[in-house]
Design a protein around this ligand. Structure first.
Ligand SMILES: Cc1cc2nc3c(=O)[nH]c(=O)nc-3n(C[C@H](O)[C@H](O)[C@H](O)COP(=O)(O)OP(=O)(O)OC[C@H]3O[C@@H](n4cnc5c(N)ncnc54)[C@H](O)[C@@H]3O)c2cc1C
Ligand code: FES
Length: 431
C-alpha cells in the first residue's frame, strides 16, 4: 500500500470509529432516556394509586374519638402486650400509612383526668381490607433508682387494667412519621426497644406490597426475650432476598448465640450500617437513587446518636426520618440558664379566655402548656411533642411560634399546639 492509501485507510478508520462512538453514545442516551421515562411512568402510576387510595380512605376517617373494642390482648414478648382493636360500631375503618399512630383516651380508675397517649400501629396496613388495628405497648417501669416515683400510668393500665371486651376511645390514624411510598430508594430502618412498632409496620408493608426496594432493618434490644414478633420479621425476610434483618443485643443472656440469635453485641451504630450495606465513607450524591433513606425510632440517646452520626456522614436531612416516643425525648425549650438577658425582657400576656386566667409569659416560662399547667388551666395533651394534635386549641387573637420544633401535626389555620408553642405576641386562647 502506498502512503496515500495508508493515510486514506487511517482516515476511514477514524471516521468509522467516530461514527461508531457517536452511534453508541446516542444509543446509550436513548436507553438512559427510555429508563428515565419508564421510572417516571412507574412513579406517576404509583402516585395515582396512592392518591386515589388516600381519597377513598379519607371518606372512612372520623373526627374526635370513636369507640373501639379490645378484641384480643396477647403477650407479644417480655413487657410488651399487643392489643387488637375493632370499631365498636362495626363500620369500616380507614387504612393508615405504615409508621403512623393512634391516639387513645383511657379512663383510668382513681384518676380524675383521662390518660391520653399515642401508640404506633404495629401491624402492616391492609389497604381496603382494613377492619381493625393493632398496637403494641411496653410496660414502663419507674426510672432506675427511683422506687418512690410511680411507674408509667397508661402503659401499666394497658398491661394490668384492660381486658378483652373492654371499650376504649380512639382517634383516627395520624402522624407524619411514615414511609415515603413514592420513593424507590433503598430503605434503612433502625429500631431501639419498643421503637420497633412503627418500623415493624413499615418492614411488613414493604414485604406485603412486593416493593422492589432493598430493605434493611437493624433492631437493637437487650436480648432475645425482648424481640417483638420475631416470627413476623423473619417471615418478611424469607419472602425476598432484598430484605435483611440484623439484631444488636446490648445484654445477651447466656443462651443467646451470636450469629444465631443476634449479629452484634452492643448498640446500633452508623459505622455498623455502613459496613453491612457496604457504603462508602463519604455519603455520595443525593441525586444518586442507590443512596438509602433512613427511618428510626427508639430511646432519646439512640435517636440523638444516630441522627448526629448520619448528619456527620453527610446524609441530607430530607433522607433522615425519625420519631421519638414521648416527652422525655423532646428537646426542651430553652432552660432558665440558656435564656439571654435580652430575651428575659420579652414579655407577653396570655389570656386563657374560658378559664378566665391571664398570665405574664417570659421565655423562661416555657411552652404554653407548661404555663397553663403551672397556673391550673386544664388543657388536654398527649404526646407533648407536637405530633398528635391533642393539645390543639384555637387562637382568638395574637400569634404563636414554635422556636424549637415545627409541629409534625397539620395544625388547622387559626389554631396552635400548646405543647410546643410559645407566644410571639400578646395572646388570647380559647381555653
Ligand atoms: C407518636 C408516638 C407513638 C408511640 N408509640 C408507642 C408504641 O408503639 N408503644 C409504646 O409502648 N409506647 C409508645 N409511645 C409512648 C406512649 O405514648 C407513652 O408515652 C408510654 O406508654 C408511657 O406512658 P405512661 O402513661 O405509661 O407513662 P407516664 O405515666 O407518662 O410516665 C412516663 C415516665 O415518667 C415516670 N414518672 C411518672 N410520674 C413521675 C413523677 N411524678 N416524677 C418523675 N417521673 C415520673 C414514670 O415512671 C415513667 O418512667 C408512643 C409515643 C408517641 C408520642
Ligand atoms: S400533646 Fe400532642 S401535639 Fe401537643
Amino acid at each position: 500500500m502506498t502512503l496515500f492509501q495508508w493515510g486514506g485507510a487511517a482516515l476511514l478508520t477514524l471516521a468509522f470509529t467516530g461514527v461508531l462512538t457517536a452511534l453508541v453514545s446516542a444509543w446509550r442516551q436513548r436507553r438512559y432516556r427510555l429508563r428515565e421515562l419508564q421510572l417516571r411512568t412507574q412513579n406517576l402510576e404509583l402516585q395515582i394509586k396512592v392518591l386515589s387510595s388516600r381519597q377513598r380512605q379519607q371518606c372512612l376517617g372520623w373526627d374526635g374519638y370513636r369507640k373501639f373494642i379490645v378484641e384480643k390482648k396477647v403477650d407479644a414478648c417480655e413487657d410488651i402486650v399487643s392489643i387488637y382493636l375493632r370499631p365498636h360500631d362495626g363500620l369500616p375503618v380507614p387504612d393508615f400509612k405504615a409508621g403512623q399512630h393512634l391516639t387513645f383516651r383511657l379512663q383510668i380508675p382513681g384518676q380524675t383526668k383521662p390518660g391520653i397517649r399515642c401508640y404506633s400501629l404495629s401491624d402492616a396496613p391492609l389497604g381496603n381490607h382494613q377492619e381493625g388495628y393493632r398496637i403494641s405497648v411496653k410496660r414502663i417501669p419507674a426510672p432506675r433508682g427511683k422506687p418512690d416515683v410511680p411507674a408509667g400510668l397508661v402503659s401499666g393500665f394497658w398491661h394490668a387494667g384492660i381486658s378483652e371486651g373492654n371499650l376504649v376511645d380512639v382517634r383516627a390514624p395520624k402522624g407524619s412519621f411514615h414511609l415515603n411510598e413514592l420513593s424507590n430508594r433503598p430503605v434503612v430502618l433502625l429500631a431501639g426497644g419498643v421503637g420497633i412498632t412503627p418500623l415493624l409496620s413499615m418492614f411488613r408493608h414493604l414485604a406485603n406490597t412486593g416493593a422492589s426496594r432493598e430493605v434493611w432493618l437493624f433492631y437493637g434490644v437487650m436480648n432475645q426475650h425482648q424481640v417483638l414478633n420475631r416470627e413476623e420479621l423473619l417471615g418478611a425476610v424469607s419472602q425476598s432476598s432484598r430484605f435483611h434483618l440484623r439484631f444488636a443485643f446490648s445484654d445477651p443472656t447466656s443462651s443467646c448465640q451470636l450469629s444465631r440469635h443476634y449479629h452484634r453485641k452492643g448498640y446500633i451504630e452508623v459505622a455498623w450500617i455502613k459496613e453491612e450495606l457496604n457504603l462508602p465513607d463519604q455519603f455520595i450524591d443525593v441525586s444518586d437513587h442507590r443512596q438509602p433513606e433512613f427511618y428510626f425510632c427508639g430511646p432519646p440517646p439512640m435517636i440523638q446518636a444516630i441522627k448526629g452520626d448520619l448528619e456527620a456522614w453527610g446524609v441530607p436531612v430530607e433522607m433522615i426520618n425519625y420519631e421519638a416516643f414521648g416527652p422525655e425525648s423532646i428537646k426542651q425549650l430553652k432552660s432558665r440558664v440558656e435564656v439571654t438577658a435580652e430575651e428575659t425582657k420579652v414579655q407577653h400576656t396570655v389570656k386563657f379566655r374560658r378559664s378566665g386566667r391571664t398570665i405574664d409569659w417570659q421565655p423562661a416560662s416555657g411552652s404554653l402548656l407548661e404555663v397553663a399547667k403551672a397556673n391550673d388551666v386544664p388543657l388536654d395533651c398527649g404526646c407533648r411533642c407536637g405530633d398528635c394534635g391533642t393539645c390543639e386549641i384555637a387562637i382568638i387573637s395574637g400569634e404563636v411560634e414554635y422556636p424549637d420544633k415545627e409541629p409534625r401535626f397539620d395544625v388547622h389555620t387559626g389554631n396552635c399546639l400548646v405543647c410546643i408553642g410559645v407566644p410571639k405576641t400578646n395572646l388570647v386562647l380559647d381555653a
